[in-house]
Design a protein around this ligand. Structure first.
Ligand SMILES: [Ca+2]
Ligand SMILES: [Ca+2]
Length: 513
């Protein structure tokens, strides 16, 4: 073969490999957080765009860095770092020349040393990404440190190079995670637009910002409405490079940013795009101390749980089935696996996922099996994850749960209905009343699965976690980080049946049943 043929062959191999890796890591699935209506036709089944499979070129952009959008399969909890500073995390912002978790004066020195020849150039040393490392990069890194940069060059949650113009004052947010993150960072008054799901929760999240405009469901936003708001930045929750590129092309002058909140990776924080996203948002919005404080709070909680659950032997672990609440009459269920937040939540909380015996457990977000096969798996605990408002623009009426719900009638009746099905009636979990419906918040809020792990750990191992109070942690999140006037003693349906902790009802309002 001549050189051209060899080069051509290599390119074909690289493209095919990229596509295969992409499929194996679900990079092309746009909708995995959403319950997927299957058997019975529902309005959403036809209105949801099918996951795109034509996204191959964009995956090559990740080749220059570590594969950030992936999650590292872990099957057992391991003891984890308690702060950003003590973990092996490289903040993916250009200017972070010494490749640690922040940009500070040590990076300015590092760039000087690279210019002087005493240090080797690093991936993020070229702060202004012009291809050379010189005094201009010191200027840019210095401007980042002082909060005066007019642009920020970074990798997004898919590992793709992006440039954000600063300051980013007018913000549009898509989906719950981004909405809560802007509250955590104190940016709620800068929000000018929201998607369908956040619009449904606007009185909860933005009680004082009445001028916010809904721009429609995030999968097919009203681009004209977006542009009319004259936003600086759109924090998208579309998790594929293709979808982000499409939004970018349709929104000239708007920085479309996927922070990576889709990928919490609570079992391996060093690889968590979610944590990266929080820190990156700190730099984009000039809120670095607050973002770091919040990331540390999450890490500390994760560490508290993993320190205990990592002591459990396999025989001490309770077996767990976790999947989406069955919104349809399908006889197939999709068990969450290691690439999904809830699969990771189960591992962190010390659960032994019954899906682990299935062939694709380590490489899938979820695995479909026939419901009747669950009898063979016979889990000790079942967790059914519910979603109220989808990012496809649909509201599931029942079971009603979440921050904007106080009445347990719907969730109670859904649980009874579930347990009465003949296919499940003989399961150990059903007979022992260990079936729980859990709120969308446990997966889709800005705690990135940590809240779900807190509740699940308490349910599975009440003795091991005797001093852990899920409601206290949940309330701390709402009061200290979301800064909302909201009391879990009187509001919200998050866990059904509720549990009792130190005589207090946890999961539903006091007095509800
Ligand atoms: Ca640094
Ligand atoms: Ca440069």
């Amino acid at each position: 073969m001549n050189k051209t043929m060899i080069a051509g062959t290599l390119i074909v191999i690289i493209i095919i490999s990229s596509v295969l890796i992409g499929f194996s890591q679900n990079w092309f699935q746009s909708n995995t957080t959403e319950p997927e209506p299957t058997a019975t036709p529902k309005p959403t089944a036809t209105s949801e765009p099918t996951p795109t499979t034509t996204a191959s070129p964009t995956t090559t952009t990740t080749a220059t860095t570590k594969p950030t959008a992936t999650t590292m399969p872990t099957t057992s909890p391991t003891i984890q770092p308690t702060t950003v500073d003590t973990m092996d995390l490289t903040l993916e912002i250009y200017g972070n020349a010494n490749m640690d978790d922040k940009i500070d004066n040590t990076d300015l020195t590092y760039i000087s040393n690279i210019i002087a020849g005493s240090k080797t150039a690093t991936t993020f040393a070229d702060a202004n990404i012009d291809g050379v490392i010189d005094a201009k990069d010191i200027d840019q890194a210095s401007a980042i440190v002082t909060g005066t940069a007019t642009q920020l060059n970074l990798l997004d949650g898919n590992g793709k190079n992006i440039t954000v113009s600063l300051p980013a004052n007018r913000i549009i947010v898509e989906y719950i995670q981004n909405a809560e993150l802007v509250r955590i960072l104190g940016l709620e008054d800068q929000v000018v637009g929201i998607d369908y799901a956040v619009d449904k929760m606007r009185s909860t999240y933005f009680p004082n910002n009445t001028g916010i405009v809904s721009v429609g469901n995030m999968n097919s936003p009203d681009y004209e409405a977006v542009l009319n708001l004259n936003p600086d930045i759109l924090l998208t929750f579309s998790n594929t490079a293709t979808a982000v590129a499409e939004k970018t092309s349709k929104l000239p002058g708007v920085d479309v940013v996927f922070l990576g909140l889709y990928y919490p990776n609570v079992t391996a924080p060093e690889d968590s795009q979610f944590l990266q996203g929080i820190l990156k948002a700190g730099y984009i919005f000039n809120k670095v101390p607050r973002a770091t404080e919040y990331a540390n709070w999450l890490l500390n909680l994760t560490s508290t749980i993993s320190t205990k659950t990592s002591t459990l032997t396999e025989s001490q672990k309770h077996s767990v089935l976790i999947y989406t609440y069955p919104y349809t009459t399908s006889t197939t269920i999709k068990e969450y696996a290691t690439l999904d937040t809830l699969g990771q939540v189960c591992i962190l909380a010390g659960g032994s996922n019954v899906a682990k015996s299935l062939p694709t457990y380590l490489t899938a977000s979820s695995i479909s099996i026939e419901a009747e096969k669950v009898l063979q798996q016979d889990p000790e605990y079942i967790f059914l994850h519910a979603v109220h408002y989808t990012f496809g623009g649909f509201t599931y009426a029942d079971p009603q749960q979440g921050m904007d719900i106080n009445d347990t009638t719907s969730i109670q009746s859904c649980l009874q209905q579930y347990k009465s099905q003949s296919v499940f009636a003989n399961l150990t979990a059903v007979k022992n009343n260990n079936v729980y419906i859990i709120a969308g918040d446990f997966r889709n809020n800005a705690m990135g699965g940590v809240l779900g792990a807190v509740y699940m750990a308490k349910i599975l191992y009440p003795d091991l976690f005797s001093d852990l109070n899920p409601q206290a942690i949940h309330q701390e999140y709402i009061t200290k980080y979301l800064r909302l006037d909201y009391n879990l003693d009187t509001s919200g349906v998050f866990l059904y049946p509720a549990i009792t902790v130190n005589g207090d009802t946890v999961g539903i309002p006091n007095g509800a049943s």
